[in-house]
Design a protein around this ligand. Structure first.
Ligand code: CUA
Length: 327
């Protein structure tokens, strides 16, 4: 091409560049104008998970499948454009499974085809649900919220296999999407644990530490501390901590001067003995025992069984907290 054609092309390139910059400026001015004149405001996240919770909460820092005890599973899933982490999961038939999900960028969905599960994943918010797959099969997972150019590629699978096949794959190390806890030797260790008397620390580490941390310190802005806080609950009302464990807690609370507005799920799937043990562990760990006073008595499984007879929602538990004078 000659020099003249070259100049023509260069001139058009410049014009388009200028046009692009002008459009950007126009958009910024329009947005600023509408914010000022319409009294609009920019929404800062949902305030549910701290911005760095995804890096610091083990459940999301290393997402995947965890077997908490024989037959009880926990799955952490992080959604981002344009993939689920993990995308492919294997579970045994009949596994009682609690899924925890979040999105780190835009609105995504988690729809498991062939089931009624269809969860909206809002950036910065924690979503969870319980599900038990009753039959073997392959279930396709899709993102059903339009999230961008490769939205249609945002897929995954949940493969549900018979328990024997699952244990075989576990022995062979062939379980995609699984987080292998350090020092866990699979079913033999799980069997030994379930045969032993209930150890509150074990129940805590397996179920509660993902949010409240093994140190009981929680995670600022996302999950309140139990160190220093659990005795306050006991002293306000001995039965209240058991209600929280059984029915969860939903609504804004203040602990040690910091606000929290997350949803704690109820743990009624744990046994009475497990819940009593974890309540006792929580009251006595991290120096909490020093704040309990001389009237303290450990919880019994029978007390948990009594509390199960009541039926409360997580929001009811928040209202109850208010009546006890707790912020
Ligand atoms: Cu993610 Cu559509």
């Amino acid at each position: 091409m000659d020099e003249r054609q070259h100049q023509v092309i260069a001139r058009w390139e410049r014009r388009w560049l200028v046009a692009g910059v002008v459009m950007l400026v126009v958009f910024v001015v329009l947005i600023a104008y509408s914010l000022i004149t319409q009294g609009g405001h920019i929404v800062h996240g949902g305030g549910k998970l701290a911005p760095n919770a995804v890096q610091n909460v083990p459940l999301f820092a290393s997402p995947g499948v965890r077997e908490l005890s024989s037959g009880d599973f926990q799955v952490g899933v992080v959604a981002r454009a344009f993939a689920f982490d993990p995308s492919d999961i294997v579970l045994p038939v009949g596994a009682r499974t609690r899924f925890y999900l979040t999105s780190v960028d835009v609105l995504h969905g988690y729809l498991i085809q062939g089931t009624a599960v269809n969860i909206e994943l809002i950036p910065g918010q924690l979503a969870y649900f319980d599900y038990t797959f009753a039959h073997p099969g392959t279930f396709h997972v899709v993102c059903d919220e339009y999230c961008g150019i490769n939205h249609q590629d945002m897929v995954g699978t949940i493969t549900v296999v018979p328990v024997a096949a699952y244990r075989q794959r576990q022995a062979a190390g062939d379980l995609p999407g699984h987080v292998v806890p350090p020092g866990t030797a699979g079913s033999a260790a799980a069997a030994a644990r379930t045969a032993a008397p209930v150890d509150g620390q074990h129940v805590f580490d397996a179920n509660c530490a993902a949010c409240h941390q093994q140190s009981g310190q929680g995670h600022p802005g996302a999950f309140p501390p139990l160190a220093g806080h659990a005795p306050e609950l006991y002293l306000a009302d001995r039965s209240y901590p058991i209600d929280v464990l059984l029915y969860g807690l939903q609504g804004p609370i203040t602990v040690a001067g910091k606000g929290y507005d997350n949803a704690m799920p109820g743990w009624s799937q744990l046994s009475d003995a497990q819940l009593a043990a974890v309540a006792n562990y929580t009251m006595q760990a991290w120096g909490n025992d020093g704040a309990l006073g001389s009237d303290y008595r450990p919880y019994t499984a029978a007390e948990v069984a009594d509390a199960r007879a009541a039926s409360m929602s997580a929001a009811d538990v928040r209202a109850l907290r208010g009546t006890l004078g707790l912020p």
